[in-house]
Design a protein around this ligand. Structure first.
Ligand code: SAH
Length: 453
C-alpha cells in the first residue's frame, strides 16, 4: 500500500529515535512521530512521505504507554528545549543508556558493552544554572519572552521554564515591566531595529549569587536606573550588566560587557573548586551532575599523586583542576584563548600550582609537545565537542601510550568512532558510565575508561 501526505494512521510505537521521536510501523511502513513515546498507540497524520518511511504528526494518543507521563510544562510540546518530557524519568535514563550502548556496539564494533553505572539526577527539574531568553512582541504588540519553538525563531511565551531556577520568572517579569513602562523596544531580527535582544540569567547554585545580563543592540539602556531598582531588590542579585551586540546575525552574545550594577562576575563551586563566571565565560550548566561526572572521570583516571596528566579540550579547566588535586602535574589544552585565561585565573584563585595551560588546537599542541619535546603522559583525559577527536589526537595518544585514557563525551556516536581506533590494537574498554546532565532532553554524557591491553 502507498502512503501519502495527510493520511491518518493508527500506529503502535515500538522504539525511539536519537532525537527522542517515537518510531512505529503501519503495514510495514516506518513512521517517525515526535512526542509519541514507546508503548503508545497513537493516531498520526503523515506530514512527509518517503518511499520506505515517513514523518508524521501526533494527533491523538489512543492508548497511552505505561511510560507516558503528564508533562510539567504547558509548553513542552511547542518548545524546542525538552524532547522527552512525556516520558517517565526512569525510562528516559534507560533510553540514554541504550543510546550509548547501541552506538558503542554498532558504530564502535564492540561486542556486548556493559554500562557500569547510569548516573541520573535526583530530580530532573530546575537544574540549569543558565538561561537565555529571547525578547520580542506578540501579535497584539505586547512584549514577550520565552523560548524558541523547535527549529524556528518564533518565541513561545514562557517565563517559568522548569529546567531553570525558580527566581528567573520574577527577573523576567521585572525586565519586561521595565521595558513596557519605559517604552524600551525589543530587537526585531527581520528589520535589525529595536534594542533588547535577549535576557541572560546565571545562578550560582552553591553561592546563591545571581547575574542578569541584558543583551542589547546598543551601548546604553534608557532609564537604566529603573531597571536596576527593580532587579536589585531580588535576593541574591550580584551582577547586572549589558552585553553589546549590534551585529545582524543570530549569535546571542557580543564581545563587550558593561557592568551596570554590582560585580562583574558571580562565583560558584564545582566540588571544592571555586569558579568566577562572567556573562561570556563557558561554565557547565548543570553543576550538580558535573560534579558527579568529573568525579567519575577522576575515579577512572586512577591517580595516586605521581602521575602526569593531559586534559585535552579543557575549557576553563574544570576537569584539569579536579585532576590536579590528585595528580603530580596536569597540562590543559584548549582552543579558546579567554577560556584559558579563566583556567589560569581559576587555578591561581584556588591555590593550585601543578596545572599548566596551553592555548591551541589539541591536534596541534599535543603532537608538537610529543614530537619536539618528548612530552609523556601517564593518563590522558579528553572531553571534545560533539565532533569528537581529530585523527592526529588519536594517533599521538597511540604513540604516547599513556596507561589510561579517560574519554568524556557528549556524543556517543563520535565517541564510538574514536574508541574503535584507540581499541584496534593498543587499548581496551574497562568501564563505561553514563551521566545525565540534561534531564528531559535527549542529550547524555558518557565517561569511558580505556586501559592498555
Ligand atoms: N572540559 C571542559 C569543556 C569541554 S567542552 C569543561 O568541563 O569545562 C569542549 C571544549 O573543547 C570547548 O571548550 C571548546 O572550546 C574546546 N575545543 C573545541 N575544539 C578544540 C580543539 N580542536 N582543540 C582544543 N580545544 C577545542
Amino acid at each position: 500500500m502507498e502512503f501519502k501526505k495527510n493520511d491518518l494512521l493508527t500506529v503502535v510505537i515500538e522504539d525511539m529515535g536519537h532525537d527522542g521521536e517515537g518510531i512505529g510501523k503501519a503495514e510495514g511502513y516506518t513512521l517517525f512521530i515526535k512526542d509519541a513515546v514507546i508503548g503508545d498507540t497513537v493516531e498520526a497524520k503523515i506530514m512527509k512521505a518517503k518511499k520506505n518511511y515517513g514523518y508524521a504528526r501526533l494527533m491523538r494518543v489512543l492508548n497511552p504507554s505505561p511510560y507516558r507521563v503528564e508533562p510539567k510544562c504547558p509548553c513542552a510540546r511547542a518548545c524546542g528545549g525538552c524532547q522527552l518530557q512525556f516520558l517517565s524519568y526512569e525510562k528516559q535514563l534507560e533510553f540514554k543508556k541504550n543510546k550509548v550502548k547501541g552506538n558503542l556496539e554498532r558504530i564502535g564494533g564492540f561486542g556486548q558493552v556493559e554500562i557500569e553505572k547510569v548516573i541520573g539526577m535526583e530530580k530532573p527539574w530546575r537544574y540549569r544554572n543558565k538561561a537565555q531568553f529571547p525578547v520580542g512582541k506578540n501579535k497584539d504588540g505586547e512584549i514577550i519572552t520565552g523560548f524558541y519553538a523547535g527549529r524556528t525563531h518564533s518565541i513561545i511565551p514562557n517565563r517559568n521554564c522548569y529546567l531553570g531556577a525558580e527566581v528567573n520568572e520574577e527577573i523576567l517579569n521585572q525586565v519586561i515591566a521595565y521595558m513596557t513602562d519605559n517604552h524600551v523596544e525589543p530587537y526585531e531580527e527581520a528589520g535589525g531595529k529595536g534594542l533588547v535582544r535577549h535576557i541572560l540569567i546565571r545562578n550560582g547554585f552553591k553561592t546563591g549569587e545571581i547575574m542578569v545580563c541584558i543583551i542589547a543592540n546598543g551601548r546604553t539602556l534608557p532609564k537604566v536606573n529603573n531597571l536596576i531598582e527593580r532587579l536589585q531588590t531580588i535576593p541574591g542579585m550580584t551582577s547586572i550588566s549589558l552585553n553589546v551586540n549590534t551585529k545582524r546575525n543570530n549569535v546571542i552574545l557580543g564581545d563587550e560587557v558593561i557592568t551596570l550594577w554590582g560585580q562583574e562576575t558571580i562565583s560558584d563551586y564545582i566540588g571544592d573548586i571555586k569558579f568566577e563566571i562572567s556573562p561570556l565565560s563557558f561554565y557547565q550548566v548543570n553543576p550538580v551532575q558535573t560534579e558527579k561526572l568529573y568525579g567519575t572521570a577522576l575515579e577512572y583516571a586512577g591517580l595516586t599523586g605521581k602521575e602526569t596528566v593531559w586534559d585535552l579540550y579543557c575549557g576553563i579547566g574544570t576537569i584539569s583542576l579536579f585532576l590536579a588535586q590528585e595528580a603530580k602535574q596536569v597540562y590543559g589544552v584548549e582552543i579558546v584563548p579567554p577560556a584559558i585565561e579563566d583556567a589560569k585565573r581559576n587555578a591561581r584563585r584556588n591555590g593550585i600550582e601543578n596545572a599548566e595551560f596551553y592555548v591551541g588546537k589539541a591536534e596541534e599542541v599535543l603532537p608538537q609537545k610529543y614530537e619536539e619535546e618528548g612530552t609523556r603522559a601517564d593518563v590522558i583525559v579528553v572531553d571534545p565537542p560533539r565532533k569528537g577527536c581529530e585523527p592526529e589526537v588519536l594517533d599521538t595518544m597511540l604513540h604516547m601510550k599513556p596507561e589510561r585514557i579517560v574519554y568524556v563525551s557528549c556524543d556517543s556516536a563520535t565517541l564510538a568512532r574514536d574508541l574503535k581506533i584507540l581499541c584496534e590494537k593498543e587499548y581496551q574498554i574497562e568501564k563505561v558510565a553514563v551521566c545525565d546532565m540534561f534531564g528531559n532532553s535527549v542529550h547524555v554524557e558518557t565517561v569511558c575508561k580505556l586501559v592498555r591491553k
